[in-house]
Design a protein around this ligand. Structure first.
Ligand code: TGC
Ligand code: FAD
Length: 393
């Protein structure tokens, strides 16, 4: 079987809806991924290795904090940023995850809730990839319900003392800085964000091993035992659970684009394979109606997902997006990508389970993507609450 190379997916002249600048950003990222990630990703996935060598080139391409303005950031539009996420996830969800966390969950909270000193100190270094970050919201006993968190911050003189455990934290053990969400005892347990340098005494990160998903991404548990930070490490404008949820909106938006990328990779591979693979009377399997039905389903759902996330991006650029719009895009596009990966895996038969092809890796990755940043069902409930006005969490 000849090697299968990604050709892009555009059934309904989607490209015509993009500006020249947007297409340029998309094409540059596609080329970068094809030349730098595709050749190494299967080895990284097998070894459970994060491709750290890509951090510097990705920083130079402006991917970290890409949609933020100033502090050395690229100032891309939200649609341009989304197209970057699409192409990164076409390569691998773990690499998109790394960029999502650095951008949406570390740089964004400093940008949105930080003091001018915090922004000037951290944002240029994070943008250049000189410093890496992680985001600690989830705890061992509180995932979908982060409001129940047990991590506490206590004010002692001009310092805060943090105690707690965070779990399933992307980039935890490679981070120089962690954004830690904690309840502040002296403020009636209000949730607030802290910048915690990871070399402070009492801070520990231990990697999760044995993952069958996102193997090219680092996932860790964090332990904070009497970690002292100066009061200037509090993010001054963070206030309540609404603050971390605002960060999640940024990351969920990128994931919605990423789902399209992973689905495109699976669909295009399955389409090409189905035209090459012959069974029964020396006919390509693409000539069978049942195979065509799967391909028709995939291209229809990918096209709908492209249009959905582009509209969400246009609303975001016009400052009109609501968090439930982003929930709809994350929920639909990740579900769609997982279904595409399953169908594509089926079309490749036994070859579908081998890492000569990217499909099984995408399938396994997407199982995590379905769960993190709000599970599929939590986004169902967010949409249900939005249309009925009744919370069913
Ligand atoms: P609830 O009372 O509904 O809300 C608390 C306050 O927040 C406001 N709010 C939001 N604000 C901005 N954006 C949103 N998306 C918001 N959703 C709610 C809300 O209006 C309220 O404001 P206020 O001013 O009245 O206080 O909170 P709740 O405790 O009932 O929980 C609601 C729920 C379930 C929707 C929420 O907690 C949730 O989204 N749960 C899912 C948790 C989650 O997504 N965790 C992700 C962790 S990070 C991660 O997974 C990184 S993976 C990274 C990667 O590798 O890409
Ligand atoms: P639970 O909340 O225990 O949910 C289990 C099941 O119960 C799900 O099917 C869920 O939909 C369902 N459920 C829960 N509540 C309800 C309800 N009210 N009604 C109906 N069904 C419900 N977190 C971070 O803070 N930072 C990170 O960087 C990060 N990275 C991650 C990386 C990976 C690889 C993974 C897998 C997770 C990561 N997470 C991170 C954690 C992630 O956000 C949580 O796993 C997610 O929010 C779900 O929480 P949980 O796993 O505790 O599942």
């Amino acid at each position: 079987m000849p090697a299968i190379k990604f050709r892009g997916v555009d059934f309904l002249e989607f490209d015509a809806l993009l500006s020249d600048d947007e297409r340029l950003v998309r094409d540059t990222t596609r080329k970068f991924i094809e030349e730098n990630l595709v050749p190494i990703i299967e080895e990284c996935n097998r070894a459970g290795r994060f491709p750290r060598e890509l951090v510097q080139p990705m920083a130079e391409l402006g991917y970290f904090g890409a949609s933020l303005k100033g502090y050395g950031c690229a100032g891309m539009s939200n649609v341009e940023y989304g197209l970057v996420m699409q192409e990164l996830e076409r390569g691998d969800s773990g690499v998109r995850s790394f960029v999502s966390v650095q951008s949406a969950l570390v740089m964004y909270p400093i940008y949105a809730f930080g003091s001018e000193e915090q922004k000037s100190l951290w944002l240029p270094a994070l943008q250049k990839g000189e410093k890496l970050g992680c985001f600690g919201l989830t705890e061992p006993d509180f995932g979908s319900n982060p409001g129940g968190m047990r991590t506490r911050a206590r004010k002692v003189d001009k310092r805060y003392v943090l105690n707690g455990e965070k779990m399933w934290i992307t980039s935890g053990s490679i981070a120089d800085v962690a954004i830690i969400w904690a309840k502040v005892e002296d403020e009636n347990d209000k949730v607030r964000g802290f910048i915690v340098e990871t070399d402070r005494p009492g801070f520990k990160a231990d990697d999760v091993h044995g993952k069958w998903s996102l193997r090219a991404s680092v996932t860790s548990g964090l332990s904070l035992q009497d970690v002292h930070v100066p009061e200037c490490n509090l993010l001054p404008a963070s206030s309540g659970l609404r603050s971390p949820l605002m960060c999640l909106n940024q990351a969920r938006y990128g994931i919605a684009w990423g789902g399209v990328g992973a689905a495109m990779a699976c669909y295009d591979c399955a389409l090409q394979y189905s035209l090459l693979r012959k069974q029964f009377r020396d006919q390509p399997i693409a000539s069978h109606q049942l195979v065509q039905e799967k391909l028709a389903w995939m291209i229809t759902e990918i096209t709908k997902a492209q249009l959905l996330v582009l509209q969400v991006g246009r609303l975001k650029d016009a400052d009109k997006v609501e968090h439930q719009h982003i929930s709809m895009a994350k929920r639909n596009n990740v579900w769609m990508a997982l279904e595409c990966a399953r169908m594509a895996r089926d079309i490749l038969g036994a070859n579908g389970i081998a890492d000569d092809y990217p499909i099984m890796r995408h399938l396994m990755n997407l199982e995590s993507v379905k769960t993190y940043e709000g599970t599929h069902d939590i986004h169902t409930l967010i949409l249900g609450s939005s249309v009925t006005g009744i919370d069913a969490f």
